[in-house]
Design a protein. Structure first.
Length: 250
């Protein structure tokens, strides 16, 4: 272990190393019911719905928090389920909940994050044919939300920039920022990832105007930002660059 890592919890360093190895690589199983996916639950109350970008930030943080949670590490209760998903073809499915539905979702294994009055929960992944009934009944699409304040990016924390030209739904965008937070955490040096964890994985989400998007693409090419390129299963064309994540303080 390096001198940098020696001051960091060995378990966290190991979980970060696993995330840094990347994900995917395995094909889908022949039985569609065994396809692996992470279910995400977005809290969208009827009377006072959250701002879109705040909800997306909560979703991104919840995903990376689960991926670095001690329960996905060696000997943890979630290790086998997490690694089976992470090492196969990555999928995330975002669902919406309110009231009793949201409370019931808290009883299913996962991690909840709240930012700016918005709440999202990332659930421990598993086969799509064996989704907890409390989650399976939740609606996947059909809700749009106001973006709210355009400047939710705080320089000292990671920023996740979404390409608005793609017109992604809230659920699709939630899955994409979840991909982005995983990629960014894995790309960060372990100490920076640990500092991010100490902040509760606080991050900002905003839509990038065309000029900014070009600058962000240059950063991706230079290696100072990471990009999500979608597989094209839903809503956008295969290979679309959906989200670009920039480390905090850079």
């Amino acid at each position: 272990m390096s001198s940098v890592e020696s001051t960091i919890d060995a378990g966290f360093a190991a979980r970060h190393a696993e995330l840094a190895r990347g994900y995917g690589g395995g094909g889908d199983p022949q039985d569609p019911a065994l396809v692996q996916a992470m279910q995400m639950v977005l809290h969208i109350p009827k009377d006072v719905p959250p701002e879109r970008n705040a909800l997306l930030a909560a979703a991104a943080a919840a995903v990376v928090a689960l991926c670095l949670d001690e329960r996905v590490g060696a000997g943890g209760d979630w290790e086998e389920r997490y690694l089976t998903w992470k090492r196969s073809r990555i999928r995330k499915v975002a669902r919406r909940a309110r009231g009793a539905q949201w409370l019931a979702a808290q009883e299913v294994d996962g991690v909840t994050v709240e930012f700016g009055g918005a709440q999202a929960r990332a659930l421990v992944p598993g086969p799509v044919g064996n989704i907890d009934p409390r989650i399976r009944r939740l609606q996947i699409g059909g809700t749009e939300l106001p973006s709210g304040e355009p400047g939710l990016i705080v320089p000292e924390y990671p920023g996740l920039w979404v390409d608005p030209e793609l017109g992604m739904s809230v659920g699709k965008a939630a899955a994409q920022v979840g991909h982005a937070s995983m990629l960014l955490a894995g790309a960060l040096p372990v100490r920076e990832a640990r500092d991010w964890a100490a902040s509760g994985f606080r991050c900002g989400v905003a839509e990038a105007d065309p000029e900014r998007w070009v600058r962000l693409q240059r950063r991706v090419s230079a290696g100072s930002a990471v990009a999500v390129r979608d597989a094209g299963f839903t809503e956008v064309a295969p290979g679309s660059m959906t989200v670009i994540a920039v480390p905090g303080g850079r």
